[in-house]
Design a protein around this ligand. Structure first.
Ligand code: TRP
Length: 511
């Protein structure tokens, strides 16, 4: 089935990260940041699998451990999602703290997003949203989804050195965002607690106040260090990071919490609310987005109305059909399975393109067994097959060689077809009207943790008990100015360290 509503099926994504490199090239290290995801290249010119442990060390993000999973289960009374159980979400920042807050105050804000580079999403794009939906259901908390039509516009123009190209006019990105929005809705989000927006359509009011305040906290050096930009990068893309960062602040969405905003035609509430700014946020996302949120965490408390350090839960990438050196890319249709692919196409792509860890011949396979660790069909099953027992059984029999590559692929095809068909069924029912409902700013309804000791009303009411003392003069004291300078320098150093010479690993996580 193609796009359900006659929308252009743009397998050709504009402004998407480059497809998996298959050309032989000189040895180089893996590169992972918001605009590049590629495995390393060894001395023989072969692309190597992404090394997630090395990446975790480089980014200095802690591992998600069994203790986190146990604690999650104790706090929510629900078993962790398979993506967490299988460590496909494998790293975090302050996940424990967000659970503490949830236990006590009963809720937090969930925030995630998507860069709309094409009209159709693929399975890799769906993964963080599947996980986020589960978190929303389990925690019963509000969720904001940012569709970054502005980011993709700026990125594409930057790549094309300012030239206007086909399918990449500004309006095209708004259209992709709307198509993606319908895809996201079809993954099952609850309208009562979900707000989805495109940057072009929603920014303004308190959100824009937060943006400029945050822009004032970031330097060009930091952005270049974290994103791999240089002096020739257009200024819009340089400034974009502030937008993705402050989108994590609850105070960018006062309406969702029942407060006024500052935009036409009402002009209520001239400044963002301090008590709303104090609501903490958890971001589920793939680890390539971490460089943004490192900047965010470094600067949260430098806002006039500070926000707590944002918590993150970080995933690996869904591998490209060709193997683990790259992720699925919308700009290379043969690397990805699209949410709009037919069952026939899924079957063909898996059979034809999915990298196999099986033996070279049937005899070899039976004698020496296969390798599920590099097998793409097995990798996809680990994302989509619910039963842990069956997955273990598949892994073991494949290793032994009693399960053939053909059989493994067949099982994978079944599972993906089931997922994609069910998705398409729901997607065909997402009308323009339903989309607009999700995109309307309104007070969200959520219950949070029924066992919390404080109430949601307490937390968002103006009389929040433990507010920090306010500096009413508007001027910084000498101590504050000094602290600001130190924080600035520290943040700059941290951003640069990413690109720093080998061996210069980041030290302990900031406290
Ligand atoms: N930059 C992201 C992308 O290109 C989109 C995005 C915005 C996002 N905010 C986010 C992703 C928060 C994850 C979490 O896809």
């Amino acid at each position: 089935m193609a796009s359900t509503d006659g929308a252009p099926h743009t397998a050709d994504a504009v402004g998407a990260p480059p497809a998996v490199e298959q050309v032989k090239q000189a040895a180089k290290e893996q590169q992972i940041d918001p605009y590049n995801v590629s495995g390393g290249v060894d001395e023989n010119g072969n692309v190597t699998a992404i090394d997630y442990e090395a990446l975790r060390e480089r980014f200095n993000t802690p591992a998600l451990t069994q203790e986190h999973l146990d604690r999650f289960e104790r706090v929510t009374g629900k078993p962790p999602h398979r993506l967490m159980r299988r460590k496909l979400f494998f790293s975090h920042r302050d996940f424990d703290k967000i659970l503490d807050y949830y236990e006590k105050y009963g809720f937090f804000l969930l925030y995630t997003g998507r860069g709309p580079s094409s009209g159709s999403m693929h399975l890799g794009h769906a993964v963080p949203f599947l996980f986020t939906k589960e978190l929303q259901d389990i925690f019963d908390v509000p969720l904001v989804v940012m569709l970054t039509d502005d980011e993709k516009f700026l990125y594409t123009r930057n790549k094309n050195q300012g030239k206007i190209t086909k399918g990449a006019a500004l309006g095209d990105f708004i259209e992709y965002a709307h198509q993606n929005c319908k895809d996201i809705i079809a993954l099952g989000f609850d309208l009562k607690k979900t707000f989805i927006y495109t940057d072009y359509e929603y920014m303004g009011g308190h959100f824009y106040q937060n943006i400029t305040e945050f822009e004032a906290l970031l330097t060009n050096n930091q952005i270049r260090g974290a994103m791999g930009f240089d002096g020739s990068t257009n200024i819009g893309l340089n400034a974009y990071a502030a937008k993705q960062c402050v989108a994590a602040f609850a105070s960018s969405y006062p309406t969702l919490f029942g407060a006024g905003d500052f935009r036409a035609p009402t002009y209520e509430e001239p400044r963002p609310r301090k008590h709303i700014a104090a609501i903490p946020t958890l971001i589920p996302c793939a680890i390539d987005q971490e460089p943004y949120f490192r900047l965010l965490r470094e600067n949260c408390d430098r806002m006039e109305f500070p926000a707590p350090k944002t918590a993150l839960i970080l995933s690996k990438f869904l591998t490209a059909l060709q193997g683990s050196g790259g992720k699925m890319s919308a700009s290379d249709p043969n690397s990805a399975i699209f949410m709009s692919d037919t069952s026939k196409q899924i079957e063909k792509k898996i059979n034809r393109f999915a990298f196999s860890g099986g033996g070279a011949t049937k005899e070899d396979h039976e004698k020496y067994g296969g390798n599920p660790d590099v097998d793409v069909a097995y990798a996809y099953l680990s994302y989509f097959l619910e039963s842990d027992d069956e997955l273990i059984e598949i892994e073991q029999s494949y290793r032994k060689g009693t399960l053939s590559t053909g059989e493994l692929k067949k099982r994978c095809i079944q599972e993906l077809q089931k997922f994609v068909e069910a998705f398409q069924e729901r997607r065909s029912k997402v009308t323009e009207e339903i989309m607009r409902e999700f995109m309307t700013p309104r007070k969200l309804e959520f219950k949070g943790n029924p066992n919390a000791t404080a109430s949601i009303e307490d937390a968002v009411s103006e009389k929040k008990p433990e507010e920090k003392q306010e500096n009413t003069s508007g001027k910084l004291t000498k101590g504050e100015r000094k602290a600001l300078k130190i924080a600035e320098k520290k943040a700059e150093k941290l951003a640069l360290r990413e690109k720093g010479p080998e061996g210069e690993q980041p030290k302990a996580e900031e406290s």
